[in-house]
Design a binder for this molecule. Structure first.
Ligand code: T5A
Length: 211
């Protein structure tokens, strides 16, 4: 089974995905927890470039780097894990490209759908959980985490304008409305335990999880 977690910055994806992994492992499932960008060796190099560079990346060049990360990740990490019967939990995947490079950067969404299809060899998640909250709440969580860690640098994409992140959120809402069978919106404003329980309730929907 292949489950992806999506949402705006600071929505709580990484927090929820760790809780879901622990819960599924406690039931005896073999779980691969991975992420984009950065889920493969090549991806870790690309992540450093994509999120850390101070270069002015052209949107098309940025897109190609995300797609290269995804192609390598699917071919070398995700598909082999699925073939071994593992549950793959992935922090961001193809929907992030639609929301960020499409809705927020303004690249053509239909073309992005085609390019995602090529990069993934048509691998579509069984379930996608979009953790949803107002962007300013998510950005405030990221800023608080950064302050706790004593770091002062924002990531290249975190540092985009609020209206950019609002467009990302609208993108995720559109994806959820267009594909209600695969994509579920989870309210991520409540405490972490409540958000985790909502994620697990979606995963436990009849017919999806049978480990
Ligand atoms: N990107 C990615 C694209 O543009 N195109 C693409 O195709 C892809 C794949 C990735 C960036 O790349 C972009 C999107 C991103 O900008 P990243 O560092 O992986 O960068 O960024 P995020 O995925 O956004 O990760 P974040 O860590 O910023 O957000 P998360 O994972 O959603 O949030 P999390 O769990 O780390 O939580 C943030 C803070 O909030 C607290 C946590 O403890 C933490 O301190 N928190 C809560 N607080 C209160 N209540 C809750 N329910 C909470 N849940 C978590």
């Amino acid at each position: 089974m292949f489950i992806t977690f999506e949402g705006v910055e600071g929505a709580g994806k990484s927090t929820a995905i760790r809780g879901v992994a622990a819960s599924l492992e406690a039931r005896g499932a073999k779980v691969l927890l991975t992420r984009e960008p950065g889920g493969s060796g090549l991806g870790r190099e690309l992540r450093r470039l994509l999120l850390g560079t101070s270069m002015d990346l052209d949107p098309l060049a940025e897109l190609c780097l995300f797609l290269a990360d995804r192609a390598q990740h699917v071919a070398r990490i995700i598909r082999p894990a699925l073939a071994r019967g593992e549950i793959v939990l992935c922090d961001r995947y193809a929907d992030s490209t639609i929301a960020y490079q499409g809705f927020a950067r303004g690249l053509d969404v239909e073309r992005l759908v085609t390019l995602n299809d090529i990069a993934t060899g048509s691998l579509v998640p069984d379930l996608t959980l979009v953790l949803d909250l107002p962007v300013e709440e998510g950005l405030a969580r990221v800023a608080a985490r950064r302050a706790d860690a004593g770091a002062d640098e924002e990531g290249r994409i975190d540092a985009e304008t609020v209206s950019f992140h609002e467009a990302v959120r609208r993108g995720f809402h559109r994806i959820a409305a267009d594909e209600p069978g695969r994509v579920r919106l989870i309210d991520s404003r409540p405490p972490k335990e409540t958000v985790l329980a909502a994620c697990l309730a979606e995963i436990d929907r009849p017919g999806l999880f049978s480990a």
